[in-house]
Write a protein that binds this ligand. Structure first.
Ligand SMILES: [Zn+2]
Length: 84
C-alpha cells in the first residue's frame, strides 16, 4: 500500500533508451518504465520489450549482455524466466 511513497522525488536524471520499431520503422526514446527486460537461460529467451509509441505494436528485441547492463542499470523492470 505504500509502494508509491518513495516515488515522489524526481529521478536525478531521466534515463532514455533509444529503440526502433521494426514494424513502422519509427525510432523512439523510451523511459525505463516503458521497457521490460526478460532474462532467460539462453540468449533466445533473453529480450527486452516495449509497446511502440508510434503504431502500438508490442515489440520484442533480443538483448545482449551490454543491453542487459544498460537496461538494468537504468532501472528497467526485469523478469527472470525459468524457461529455455
Ligand atoms: Zn511501430
Amino acid at each position: 500500500m505504500t509502494m508509491a511513497s518513495t516515488m515522489t522525488s524526481p529521478a536525478p536524471s531521466a534515463v532514455l533508451f533509444k529503440a526502433a520499431c521494426p514494424d513502422c520503422r519509427g525510432r523512439f526514446e523510451l523511459a525505463s518504465q516503458e521497457l521490460r527486460l526478460a532474462i532467460g537461460r539462453t540468449h533466445r529467451t533473453t529480450f527486452y520489450s516495449f509497446t511502440c509509441p508510434g503504431c502500438g505494436m508490442a515489440v520484442r528485441r533480443p538483448a545482449g549482455e551490454r543491453i542487459i547492463e544498460l537496461l538494468t542499470g537504468g532501472g528497467v523492470r526485469t523478469m527472470r524466466l525459468h524457461i529455455g
